[in-house]
Structure formats: structure tokens, C-alpha cells
Design a protein around this ligand. Structure first.
Ligand code: NAP
Length: 287
């Protein structure tokens, strides 16, 4: 099975490396070619034109920043979708909004392409270790054909339902991730201003029943103020935007998410866009 991998950022480069280690032949594309260097050294073929790339492969995996980027590369007048062979399977792992995934699935079906939305839960380290969780929307028959690939990149696959349900589940998870981080940082920040020592406050908050388990993984980052990105803040802010856009489409009110989204937008505006999303702590500290 020949695999095309488009988008070799923090996540895509590691996911592709795991497929390569498992012995799959990879054809890769990334806007910034240098990020493909290790994959190329290990035998991947770099193709500078995604339209050409998709013609060479049976399965295309995309791991791109946001809907507008997927749209530009895949859907536009000369997007790669127009160059895929009938029967190609396209797995979009990018975090995008459900209505966008639905639109992609409809366009793909019209062209005889089998589509799955398969965003992932888990960050840089799980991506490296092949321990991501895939949240999949689409046909079970299609998923069954590519399950062995997902098993090389992840430790679990959840078939959420029909097309777009994987994307829906993903933005629901990240909505809670973003809010948990904000609640923690806001509380910690107030405690510190009242003279509670930072590590004591963290001990108590993180061991309390109200703390989200994932926050423990961010303890050392916030303690040491090391915000080198695993999950860039601009992406989390994008995911909250996708959540509120979706709520608008569904006539749902999302007051908490709208507020959280704007706090991350302020952090982005204050130079933290490319830092880890936990850098929002600095904003709440008034830094
Ligand atoms: P990243 O390192 O910023 O990579 C983004 C990818 O999109 C890169 O390949 C980048 O190419 C490409 N891209 C961006 N703008 C482009 C444009 N205008 N034209 C062509 N290519 C463009 O991000 P990431 O962390 O790997 O995230 C990728 C996706 O996974 C996002 O949807 C993110 O929300 C999601 N996600 C991330 C994490 C995480 O913890 N990092 C976890 C789960 C899901 P260049 O290399 O040339 O910039």
C-alpha cells in the first residue's frame, strides 16, 4: 500500500515517521520542505506538488493547520482532490469543524474517493510514541481498510459515527482542554497573588477532585515557565473558534467558550501564538 502524507508539522512528521518505521512506502509533501529531511533520509519520496503526489498513492493522509489550509490544498480549482484516482482513501487528521468535514466528505464521494475525518487526541509525545487516539467519522468499511495504518500511529481508534462526527468529538474535547487550562491558571494566579507559594498551590489544586487529570502533565511547564510548543496556543484558539462557529451553525449558545476563546486570542495578540497553549498562564499573571 502506497501512502501519501501531506503536512509534516509537529504532529504529521511524527505520525509519518511511525508509518515509515512500520515499513510503509511514503510519498510526502510539506510547504516547508526542510521538515521532511529525516523522512527523506529514511527513504520517503518528497513530491513538491500535492496534485502529483496524490496520483501516486492508494491512501492520502492530511495533517494540516486549519480548514482554510486544507481547502487551499485540496478543494480549490486545482486542489489535489481533482487529481486523486477513484477509490483512493483520504484520511483528514487535521482538526477542522464538523460542517467542513461534511463538505469534504460530500465532495470526495462525488469523485469516487473514500473519505474519513480522523482527528487525533494526544499531542507531540503520544504522536512520537504512536499512542494517539483517533476520533473517526465515516464509513466503517473504509475505516476497516486503513485500521492497520491508524494502529501504527495510535493506540486507540474510536469510530464516533458518520462523516463529520470525528471532527465534532475533537472540538468537544479541545473545548474542555482549553477551559480546564484557563480555570487552573486563573485559580493558581489568584492564589499566588495572595501569597500562597506556587508549588504548594499546584500540589493542592492538582490533587483535588476538581482538577482535570491532564493538567498534571503541564505542571513542570508552568512551574519552570517553559512554553516550548507541544500544542501551539494559536491552534487551541483556532479550535475554540471552530467550536463557537459550529455552535452558531447549530443555534447553540456557548458563553464560556466564547470567553475562553477571547482570552487565548489576547494571549495570541501578546506574542504567545507559537508558544505552548499553557503559556496563557503568563497572560493571567499579567506578564
Ligand atoms: P504545525 O506544527 O503548526 O503544522 C501545521 C502544518 O500545516 C504544517 O505542515 C504546515 O506547513 C501546514 N500549513 C500551515 N499553513 C499552511 C499553508 N498556508 N499552506 C500549506 N501548508 C500549511 O501544527 P501541528 O501541531 O502539527 O497540528 C496540525 C493539526 O493537528 C492542527 O489542525 C492541530 O490543531 C491538530 N492537532 C495538534 C496537536 C498538537 O498537540 N500539536 C494535537 C492534536 C491535534 P509548514 O511546515 O510549511 O508550516
Amino acid at each position: 500500500m502506497k501512502i501519501g502524507f501531506i503536512g509534516l508539522g509537529i504532529m504529521g512528521s511524527r505520525m509519518a515517521a511511525n508509518l515509515q518505521k512500520a515499513g510503509y512506502t511514503l510519498f510526502v509533501y510539506n510547504r516547508t520542505e526542510s521538515k521532511a529531511a529525516d523522512l527523506i533520509t529514511n527513504g520517503a519520496v518528497f513530491i513538491a506538488d500535492p496534485n502529483e503526489l496524490v496520483q501516486q498513492v492508494d491512501v492520502v493522509i492530511t495533517m494540516l493547520e486549519k480548514p482554510v489550509v486544507v481547502e487551499k490544498l485540496a478543494v480549490g480549482r486545482d486542489g489535489f482532490m481533482h487529481h486523486m484516482k477513484k477509490g483512493t482513501i483520504w484520511i483528514d487528521c487535521s482538526t477542522v469543524n464538523p460542517s467542513f468535514s461534511k463538505m469534504l466528505s460530500e465532495l470526495a464521494t462525488l469523485r469516487g474517493i473514500e473519505f474519513l475525518d480522523a482527528p487525533v487526541s494526544g499531542s507531540k509525545v503520544p504522536a512520537e510514541k504512536g499512542e494517539l487516539i483517533f476520533l473517526v467519522g465515516g464509513k466503517e468499511e473504509t475505516l476497516a481498510k486503513v485500521q492497520p495504518l491508524l494502529d501504527e500511529m495510535g493506540s486507540k481508534t474510536i469510530h464516533v459515527g458518520e462523516h463529520s462526527k470525528g471532527s465534532a468529538m475533537k472540538i468537544m474535547i479541545n473545548q474542555m482542554l482549553g477551559q480546564s487550562m484557563l480555570a487552573f491558571c486563573e485559580s493558581l494566579s489568584l492564589g499566588m497573588s495572595l501569597g500562597i507559594e506556587k508549588s504548594k498551590a499546584m500540589d493542592v489544586l492538582l490533587n483535588s477532585a476538581v482538577s482535570a487529570p491532564i493538567l498534571t502533565a503541564f505542571r513542570s511547564r508552568i512551574e519552570e515557565e517553559n512554553f516550548e510548543p507541544n500544542f501551539p496556543l494559536k491552534h487551541l484558539q483556532k479550535d475554540l473558534q471552530l467550536f463557537t462557529d459550529t455552535a452558531f451553525e447549530q443555534d447553540k449558545a456557548t458563553p464560556l467558550t466564547n470567553t475562553a476563546k477571547e482570552v487565548y486570542a489576547m494571549a495570541k495578540q501578546n506574542g504567545m501564538a507559537d508558544e505552548d497553549f499553557s503559556a496563557v498562564f503568563k497572560l493571567l499573571q499579567g506578564k
